[in-house]
Design a protein around this ligand. Structure first.
Ligand SMILES: *Cc1c(COP(=O)(O)O)cnc(C)c1O
Ligand code: SF4
Length: 333
């Protein structure tokens, strides 16, 4: 029999858009009408190549080499700097895995890296050097993972992370949650994803139906750093997720030159709330090698956070935290 190969046009639209993302600095700069010779920082491709969906690029300003969305994705020469105190695995994650791809660092919660794929490559990502191909429980290690979860009855919440778990197809997500449904003590399914923001087309009927089928409480933690990331297509995707029954939270990373001003983060909280999302965490940058130029000092971070507290109702102020290896949870500043 001739194997049936699925024609690309039968793939969901979001998968087509995912594969059509921009992967070259030259193309990105040309679209934005920025002359590479005018940049103060040289684009450079290292071991973590550029990747960004075209819809996200549409939210960047033309001709502005300091656009806060552009700075999150454009590789620069600064990434090659070796910075003391910065590491390849800043959170010691590769030591905290009882099963490859399963992180059980905090009480009651276990995190699965279900894929290495992301729709966007964020230059500050703490997993930029992570060996995803060796750490994929959804394929090679699922039986061991399920066994571990059955043995640890205190784990009530399973966190899907990555990479970006929503980069998996609906069928892969369905198979994953069917297997997890066999773990009786689980109550909450949490999904850490940047896709509803960077590729809102991902929130289609198939995904919404999958969410609707879950018997666990579904919490979706999106990852949005700047109010310019939220356009009407993103707001509408977030509203759909909420209507499907998910609780929506946001985490941001405090990034020098991108969102390190109270006015920006106040606007972000307000825009998130308007879209049905509550702020959860504001993270200090994890000290990953290649991202030192994004670091914001602790004192500045505290000042920004205090200014947010002074201007916003308590429920719109994210917790300012740092991920310190060996701690039983995120550490408040
Ligand atoms: C951040 C994190 C969690 C979740 O922590 P919360 O404080 O519940 O958001 C769980 N496991 C790992 C390994 C983490 O890094
Ligand atoms: S989407 Fe998340 S995991 Fe992927 S590069 Fe960005 S921060 Fe890292």
């Amino acid at each position: 029999m001739i194997p049936r190969i699925e024609a690309p046009e039968h793939r969901p639209i979001w998968q087509q858009l995912l594969s059509q993302g921009i992967r070259s600095s030259d193309e990105l700069l040309a679209l934005l009408e920025i002359d590479p010779n005018e940049l103060e920082f040289m684009p450079a491709a290292g071991d973590f190549p550029l990747r960004v969906p075209r819809g996200f690029v549409k939210r960047m300003a033309r001709g502005d080499s300091h656009d806060p969305l552009l700075l999150q994705v454009l590789p620069t020469a600064a990434e090659a700097a070796q910075s003391p105190g910065y590491h390849y695995d800043p959170l010691g994650e590769q030591r905290a895995m009882p099963v490859p791809g399963l992180l059980h660092k905090y009480r009651g919660r276990a995190l699965l890296t279900v894929t290495g794929a992301c729709a966007i490559h964020c230059r500050y990502c703490f997993r930029r050097h992570f060996p995803y191909s060796d750490a994929n429980p959804a394929t090679a290690h699922m039986q061991e993972t399920l066994h571990y979860l059955r043995q640890h009855v205190d784990i009530h919440e399973i966190i899907l992370s990555g990479g970006d778990p929503l980069a998996l197809s609906d069928a892969r997500l369905q198979s994953l949650t069917e297997q997890l449904a066999g773990i009786p003590q689980l109550q909450t399914l949490r999904i850490h994803t940047r896709l509803p923001v960077v590729l809102p087309e991902r929130v289609d009927q198939g995904l919404l139906q999958w969410i609707g089928r879950q018997s666990l409480q579904v919490v979706i933690v999106i990852h949005c750093n700047h109010p310019n990331e939220i356009d009407p297509s993103v707001s509408s995707a977030l509203q759909r997720l909420r209507s499907a029954g998910a609780t929506l939270l946001n985490q941001s990373v405090l990034l020098h030159g991108i969102n390190d001003a109270a006015a920006i983060l106040i606007r972000l909280s307000e825009s998130l709330f308007a879209a049905g999302v509550l702020p959860y965490y504001l993270h200090l940058l994890d000290k990953v090698q290649g991202a030192a130029h994004f670091a914001v000092g602790q004192d500045t971070a505290r000042d920004i956070h205090a200014a947010m507290q002074a201007a916003l109702p308590g429920y719109l102020v994210p917790r300012l935290v740092q991920d310190i290896p060996g701690q039983p949870g995120k550490t408040p500043l």
